[in-house]
Design a protein. Structure first.
Length: 248
């Protein structure tokens, strides 16, 4: 589904990504772990050109994009195959929940209004917010706003959905609701790349774990391999609290 090769990203003199390679199979859930500042979010943003990497290539489906040579048309074609769920929801505050889902369908997918509203209504039911469809973001809780953001991403039927710490801005009691929804999406066979600090969720849902630090991949493998058979001392130190809890 996605092959990422030799991604480099610099901000001025600081190199924040130092040659990242990643493979994501169709229907796979890949989770990026690592301390703050390790480059996880920057890497995620480079995957759909919210940030343009300085070097490397991304093969998505059958289309390869050379990141530093891509023109606007090529970037748009790539972005139409991905969707991003942000930690701060990124909803249009002057649009209702339903309209937030409908807008990208009209603008990006060129659906008719009837088709767009039918898709939106089905997704609102899926995320449990049918009764809130005419509410504005300011009238919704953080968890409800995040579910609308997830529904908007699903509406685009992307090849890959990217999640940037989707629970980090939520109150603790709302985290579980969002994680349950993400589990449900994973079980449908969606291809997902996530950045998260929810270790239990990452262990239970992921097909592959990638641990990053200082703009590089330190270790990767199945959840069992990374959490229980850790090869690198840095990974072991990062996961120490969680693996101790698992052992109890």
């Amino acid at each position: 589904m996605m092959e990422v090769r030799n991604i480099h990203k610099r901000f001025g003199k600081q190199e924040v990504l130092k040659g990242i390679d990643m493979d994501v199979a169709k229907g796979e859930v890949v989770t990026l772990l690592g301390p703050s500042g390790s480059g996880k979010t920057t890497f995620l943003r480079c995957l759909n050109f919210l940030e343009r990497a300085d070097e490397g290539s991304i093969l998505l489906g059958e289309t390869e994009t050379i990141v530093n040579k891509a023109n606007p048309k090529e970037i748009l074609a790539h972005q139409r195959q991905t969707a991003m769920v942000f930690q701060n929801y990124a909803l249009f505050h002057n649009k209702t929940a339903r309209e937030n889902i409908v807008m990208p369908l009209l603008l990006t997918k060129k659906r008719t209004k009837q088709e767009a509203y039918e898709v939106a209504d089905a997704l609102l039911e899926q995320v449990g917010l049918t009764e809130r469809k005419d509410f504005y973001p300011s009238q919704l809780s953080g968890g409800q706003q995040q579910r609308i953001g997830i529904a908007r991403a699903l509406a685009l039927n992307p090849k890959v959905i990217l999640f940037d710490e989707p629970t980090s801005a939520l109150d603790p009691e709302l985290v579980g609701q969002t994680l349950t929804l993400l589990r449900d999406i994973a079980e449908t066979g969606a291809t997902m790349v996530l950045v998260t600090h929810e270790m239990k969720f990452a262990y239970e849902v992921s097909d592959k774990i990638i641990f990053m630090e200082n703009g590089q991949i330190v270790e990767q493998g199945t959840p069992k391999a990374v959490f229980e058979q850790t090869k690198e001392e840095r990974t072991k130190a990062f996961l120490a609290r969680f693996t101790t809890q698992m052992a109890k």
